[in-house]
Design a protein around this ligand. Structure first.
Ligand code: SAH
Ligand code: F3S
Length: 482
């Protein structure tokens, strides 16, 4: 999920409208995936009720919270560097400042954090945010506080998140938490716990509320959205024990997509992330049926080699993945497809890597996110497999597929030349203050002169030029979606 976050947003501190009566100041920043950014909005909502207003100035913060990521070692190092920065600010400018660590690193390192990092007063795992008021009371009394208990039920469905640093147009709506897939390289099942689905009614209420406040696009979030299943709460594996009534009224991911699409027929709907082993064709058919569900599927495959897929505990073959791609393209010919890839997984040979290259050649993804393998303590691969592909080989393989993806992106982006696409305007273009920037349903960025259009408009844009990843054009009128 981390890919749907604009890189420039990583680590940005978050602000929201302040309440006059609140006197304490909160500085909160997020790293990692979209779920973390969404969780920070839940945390800010909880703390607003505890007398906090947000600030962007570390020097004046009473409480600093950092929402952390453990997915790769580099992500953890970034957070350690931030802790050094907080330490310096506390020492030089703000001795009363308290520091809390939230999210996946909190869950992974637990009390070790309090021992290793003297600056940290508070450690809170992803399922314990409702306990923040109690934990802060402990901190106020001068004690370190920690809650890293993972839950089988918590979905924060009853908390209406405040929208932090929002463009007022696009928002995340979380629908599942945790992951049961146990890919052998991945730390998420350990840091975010068992998979649970959120009550569909609270999801629809949030979508309606967002629409009423002017939002035009939502992204339904989960580590593995296709395995969404609501039958009254509880773990998916317990569905077998559910009553006939519960089974008859259960809501699958394709049902949920349909409910959202119908609830707000003009709201654009996206979702992330899909896992190939759980994406069923009824989801693709539902996408095809509703105009407002965007034609883009983020479908990480991680490797093109059957042997490596097996070692990663990805429960499908290369051939099954190709068949899924063929089916998606048969049902939705212009569907954009994007990937995540890992190179240098333990035992990956040159032949395995060439299988990844040939799979990419077969699919020709619109875009993708590629990583070198980073061993994570506690995962199956971390415990049982030697990290035996050398760093230079990992780097070379990464560069090879990054270059290949750029070629494919360029081919795919060029296909839009001369066509008219619908763009939802999100913000000013980073490169020019006389241009708007937005995205097509396929999630391709498009820029064009502002004319008299405004943020939040759906505009038809004639594509006249492009770079490898961006469409360049001119608006020819509002689309009928407005
Ligand atoms: N299902 C999640 C995946 C989260 S991790 C989602 O919602 O996106 C995002 C990506 O990070 C994965 O798809 C994988 O490509 C990469 N990743 C995860 N663990 C990794 C590791 N140990 N080393 C390198 N990359 C990793
Ligand atoms: Fe991680 Fe695999 Fe789940 S990549 S988040 S264990 S689907």
């Amino acid at each position: 999920m981390e890919k749907i976050i604009d890189e420039s947003k990583q680590g940005e501190s978050l602000v929201l409208e302040n309440k006059k009566e609140n006197t304490r100041k909160l500085f909160i920043e997020s790293y990692g995936c979209a779920m973390n950014f969404s969780d920070s909005e839940i945390v800010a909502s909880i703390l607003t009720n505890e007398g906090f207003n947000t600030t962007q100035r570390l020097e004046e913060a009473d409480l600093v919270l950092v929402n952390t990521c453990s997915i790769r070692d580099k992500a953890e190092q970034t957070v350690r560097k931030r802790l050094e920065k907080y330490n310096a600010v506390k020492r030089d400018h703000n001795p009363k400042m308290k520091v809390g660590v939230l999210g996946c690193m909190a869950e992974r390192l637990k009390t070790k954090f309090l021992e290793e990092e003297k600056i940290v007063d508070l450690v809170v795992g992803p399922d314990a945010y409702k306990d923040l008021p109690n934990l802060l009371a402990e901190v106020d009394e001068g004690r370190d506080a920690i809650n890293v208990i993972l839950s089988k039920e918590e979905t924060y469905g009853d908390i209406s998140p405040v929208r932090l640093n929002s463009n007022g147009v696009t928002a995340f709506v979380s629908i599942t938490r945790g992951c049961d897939n146990m890919c052998t390289f991945c730390v998420v099942p350990f840091t975010r716990g068992r998979e649970r689905s959120r009550n569909p009614q609270s999801i629809i209420e949030e979508v309606n509320d967002l629409w009423n406040r002017g939002y035009k696009e939502i992204t339904l979030l989960g580590q593995n959205v296709d395995s969404y299943l609501w039958y009254g709460g509880g773990l998916k594996k317990d569905f077998v024990k559910a009553s006939d009534m519960q089974k008859a009224t259960s809501v699958s991911f394709s049902n949920l997509l349909e409910l959202c699409a119908k609830a707000q027929p003009k709201m654009r709907i996206r979702f992330s992330t899909s896992n190939p082993q759980d994406l069923t064709l009824d989801v693709v058919e539902t996408m095809a049926k509703y105009n407002n569900i965007c034609n883009h599927i983020h479908l990480p495959v991680q490797s093109g080699s059957n042997r490596i897929l097996k070692a990663m505990n990805r429960l499908h073959t290369r051939e099954e993945y190709m068949e899924l791609i063929n089916n998606i393209r048969r049902i939705i010919p212009n569907c954009a497809i994007s990937q995540d890839m890992i190179v240098g997984f333990p035992t990956e040979t040159e032949d395995d890597f060439q299988d990844t290259v040939s799979l990419m050649d077969y699919v020709k993804y619109n875009f993708g996110y590629m990583f070198t393998y980073s061993e994570r303590p506690g995962t199956m691969a971390g415990r049982n497999m030697k990290d035996d592909v050398t760093e230079p080989i990992k780097k070379r393989r990464l560069q090879d597929i990054v270059d290949l993806q750029r070629e494919h992106s360029e081919i795919k982006t060029k296909e839009w030349l001369g066509t008219t696409v619908e763009v939802l305007i999100e913000k000013e273009s980073k490169k020019s203050n006389i241009q708007w920037s937005g995205r097509t349903p396929q999630n391709i960025v498009a820029v064009f002169p502002k004319d008299n259009y405004k943020i939040g408009d759906f505009v038809n844009v004639k594509v006249t030029n492009c770079t490898s990843a961006t469409l360049i054009g001119e608006a020819i009128g509002l689309s009928e979606n407005n």
